[in-house]
Design a binder for this molecule. Structure first.
Ligand code: SF4
Length: 190
């Protein structure tokens, strides 16, 4: 039987399983609706998230809220977590051993929430969930089926803040997410 989010959080505790515990301020577990149909998986906490103990609370979070509206969603509807629960210093890329050590907890969160759709934000989350080496440019904007989940890889909203060319693509993908939600609902009604 799947654990509850509270049980998973308690098991994670004040985690010291990898070296990121030495430089983080807080463990950023994840936040949102424990019965969300749509779960977003990002890369790792940034500076603001590390201080605020919540994913997507900085400028990228504000932009994510705008994008969610395109899919007919609000923050309260979804659950958001990251591949890594502690901030890598200087927002460095997650290292393979960090991903291996931290992601059993993310897997437990997915099992607990049982979303219909996983939206993976950026390269690391997309490659981890889809078990692929393909780049995000290749993966994004296409729906993949993994077990019981529909997986939609998209650019990380933070990347679009630095590269405006990604904004129309992200907006396209959130409209696609809206259609995907409708399709999954129709399938459930059959
Ligand atoms: S990144 Fe994950 S495994 Fe490493 S210390 Fe933080 S919670 Fe633990």
């Amino acid at each position: 039987m799947a654990k509850t989010l509270e049980e998973i959080r308690a098991e994670l505790g004040d985690c010291t399983r990898c070296e990121l515990c030495e430089t983080r301020t807080t463990v950023v577990f994840g936040v949102g609706n424990p019965q969300a149909e749509v779960m977003f998986i990002g890369e790792a906490p940034g500076r603001q998230e590390d201080l605020g103990a919540e994913p997507f609370i900085g400028a990228a979070g504000k932009y994510l809220n705008e994008l969610l509206a395109l899919a007919g969603l609000e923050r309260k509807d979804v659950y958001i977590a990251n591949v890594l629960k502690c901030r890598p210093p200087g927002n460095a890329d997650p290292l393979p051993h960090q991903i291996e050590t931290c992601t059993p907890f993310l897997r437990e969160q997915v099992r607990s929430i049982k979303p219909l759709i996983l939206v993976t934000l950026g390269r690391f989350a997309s490659q981890f969930i889809l078990k692929t080496d393909s780049g995000i440019t290749h993966l994004r904007g296409q729906v993949h089926i993994t077990g019981r989940y529909s997986v939609l890889p998209i650019y990380h909203p933070a990347a679009a803040l630095y590269d405006q060319a990604k904004k129309p693509l992200l907006e396209h993908d959130f409209k696609l997410l809206k259609l995907l939600i409708e399709k999954r609902h129709e399938e459930m009604e059959k």
